[in-house]
Design a protein around this ligand. Structure first.
Ligand code: HEM
Ligand SMILES: [Cu+2]
Length: 634
């Protein structure tokens, strides 16, 4: 385990990250991996936009366009947005609830590695005979007949990385329910913790239907079952139901934590308590619940019938009510506050109108008759990017600036941050605003080119220019991150000066055990309460200094994940009749099973940090903070 003032070589650092079970380090791994896939998927989007810039373009072929389209959507949702939100959940939720780690640190590491290796597996498709090309929804009527192995990569890659997401979701659910510091009742939990909990519950219910759907697809494609093939008595609509029972909640899995992040940012910079806390909690739960009731709004045009369409339309529209409550509360928090417009606050201010625009077009599509017109047009593309980019990406960028001091003990540059915001924000509206009208004018989505002279040319051109601005914005953000590596360490608590929840009460850099003593929570916004009562220490404690129990690092999560990765290759090539496919499946699953057996038979009780060690670490950190000299606990 990491100890104070010990210089480590590069290899030791790598080993440390491969085996770590520390939520703070796992957060960094999610951040790096998520950013990588965000960049890849962003690049794919730019290629598509270049292709669509002018009519009759032949920059990329129709087949490649389908692959880029599929990988862009799949990557953005599963391999960029989800892990980036997990990065913040890992970094912040244990601190917000006053815990030393998550409930199952081993599973936390396993969740990360499954996600990561599933993602790598999916991306190897580009080099091994072609990427999936049936859209991120992979409708069975397309995917069953897609030649090559693209769809098999999709099915197996998502199965592996989805298992990682499910495991992590369960972990956070249990963590938040069982690991809260004394005094932190449910109705004192910060909003980010609340939304993370509801989002984790949604993962628990939404991912199993996806798992089942993917499994049926797997046996259809690889073993000739006929679940989805109508010529053999199957039904392609079954896939659509299974997919959207997962797929609709998925957007709430992503957007709820984003709401939570903004509910942390806005009160800090408005310097006011979050307006309507309990209604925010209520709205979060209600959105989570309704999120499951509305999946068939993606299938209005499949012939469900007028009654079913009407029910799903009304249920969908109902979600606007709790969402509207949230928007109202954010505005009321800002109202009359003494506002500091920092970079995170800029993102929050940009988020509110952008997200509302996305929400309003959502209600339009929920109107079943109108959806017959809008379905599969660019209006849809405009709608979901307003929600996803305007809601989730702004939350991720804003929170990166907000939480950087806690995560890295460094800050992101303010001036460059403001510039990045404007370039990205203007680019975003240029890209997607006019697409509403392209849709209304009849431009279909998922087409690789179009004829000129239909009045679409100018808007498509502007859209591509906007996308390039967004790309530039992301490059600026990455530059800011690189610059921060060389910048001065923060070495203090409460970087923004107006922190309210527990994570701000800790001095950075954090020791690996987070809290020397478990804090006692005396109300909502616990750190704010202590500050307003003049408590210099920042917290009151629930216990005397005592031994701290921490988990050991382990390489087993990585081994388990590599096993599934290896086995997936065997499964993938099995239908080709290659002789090595069964042995590879056996070796891969063997690795996984052996690692699991080792884990269950070998008792690993973790280790104790003794009181003297704690004092030594704290003294060392204090000296480091005072002198700024290297050697702190990293
Ligand atoms: C950063 C700027 C972005 C640009 C320029 C962009 C561009 C595009 C384009 C051109 C399409 C194809 C539309 C079609 O023909 O139907 C598309 C589809 C899609 N995008 Fe984006 N996108 C961006 C960001 C995102 C983000 C952040 C997400 C999610 C986190 C996302 C999720 C999707 C999804 C799910 C699809 C549908 C894919 C499918 O139908 O299979 N996009 N995007
Ligand atoms: Cu939906």
């Amino acid at each position: 385990m990491s100890s104070v003032a010990k210089k480590k070589g590069f290899g030791a650092h790598v080993w440390d990250y491969l085996t770590t079970v520390d939520h703070k380090k796992i957060a960094i791994m999610y951040l790096v991996a998520g950013t990588l896939f965000f960049a890849i998927a962003g690049f794919e989007a730019l290629l598509m936009r270049v292709q669509l810039m002018i009519p009759n373009n032949d920059f990329i072929s129709a087949g490649l366009f389908n692959e880029l389209l599929t990988m862009h959507g799949t990557t953005m949702l599963f391999l960029a947005a989800t892990p980036l939100l997990f990065a913040f959940m890992n970094a912040i939720v244990p601190l917000q609830i006053g815990a030393r780690d998550v409930a199952f640190p081993f599973l936390n590491s396993l969740g990360f590695w499954l996600f990561f290796l599933g993602a790598i597996f999916l991306h190897l498709s580009f080099f091994m005979g072609g990427a999936p090309d049936a859209g991120w929804t992979s409708y069975a009527s397309l995917s069953l007949y897609s030649p090559g192995h693209g769809i098999d990569f999709y099915v197996l890659g998502l199965q592996i990385s989805g298992a990682g997401t499910l495991i992590s979701g369960i972990n956070f659910l249990v963590t938040i329910i069982t690991m809260r510091a004394p005094g932190m009742t449910f109705m004192r939990m910060p909003l980010f913790t609340w939304t993370s909990m509801v989002s984790s519950a949604l993962i628990l219910f939404a991912f199993p239907p996806l798992t089942v759907g993917l499994f049926l697809m797997l046996v259809d494609r690889m073993f000739g079952a006929n679940f989805f093939d109508h010529t053999m008595g199957g039904n392609t609509i079954i896939w659509e139901h299974l997919f959207w029972i997962f797929g609709h909640p998925e957007v709430y899995i992503l957007v709820l934590p984003a709401f939570g992040l903004f509910s942390e940012i806005i009160p800090v910079f408005a310097r006011k308590r979050l307006f309507g806390y309990s209604s925010m909690v209520f709205a979060t739960i209600l959105i989570g619940f309704l999120g499951f009731m509305v999946w068939a709004h993606h299938m209005f045009t499949t012939g469900l019938g007028a009654t079913a369409n009407a029910i799903f339309a009304v249920a969908t529209m109902a979600i606007a009510v709790p969402t509207g409550m949230k928007v109202f509360n954010w505005i009321m928090t800002i109202w009359g506050g003494s506002i500091k417009v920092t970079v995170p606050m800029l993102y929050a201010l940009g988020f509110i109108p952008s997200f509302v625009a996305g929400g309003v077009t959502g209600v339009m599509q929920a109107t079943a008759p109108l959806d017959y017109q809008l379905h599969d047009s660019y209006f849809i593309v405009a709608h979901f990017h307003y929600v996803i980019v305007g809601g989730i990406v702004t939350a991720l960028f804003g929170s990166a600036h907000f939480y950087w001091p806690i995560m890295f003990n460094r800050t992101l540059g303010e001036k460059l941050g403001v510039l990045t915001f404007w370039v990205f924000f203007i680019g975003f509206h240029l890209t997607f605003f006019l697409q509403h009208f392209l849709g209304l004018m009849g431009m279909p989505r998922r087409v690789f080119t179009y004829m000129g002279g239909q009045g679409w040319d100018l808007f498509n051109m502007i859209s591509t220019v906007g996308a390039m601005m967004m790309g530039l914005g992301v490059v600026l953000l990455v530059i800011n991150v690189l610059l921060s590596i060389k910048s001065e360490p923060v070495n203090r608590r409460d970087y923004w000066g107006d922190g309210r929840s527990l994570e701000w009460a800790l001095e950075t850099p954090l020791p690996f055990y987070n809290f020397k003593q478990t804090p006692l929570v005396r109300g909502y916004d616990p750190y704010w309460i202590e500050k307003s009562e003049g408590n210099k220490e920042g917290m009151v404690y629930a216990e005397p200094v005592g031994e701290i129990h921490m988990p050991n690092n382990s390489i087993l999560p990585l081994v388990i994940s590599i096993g599934t990765f290896v086995a997936a290759f065997g499964a993938l090539y099995h239908p080709d009749g290659v002789s090595w496919s069964i042995p590879v499946i056996v070796i891969g699953l063997g690795m996984t099973v052996v690692a699991m057996i080792i884990r269950s038979l070998k008792d690993d009780h973790g280790f104790h940090v003794h009181v003297e060690e704690i004092e030594a670490i704290e003294k060392d950190l204090a000296a480091y903070r005072a002198t700024g000299k290297k050697g702190g606990n990293k």
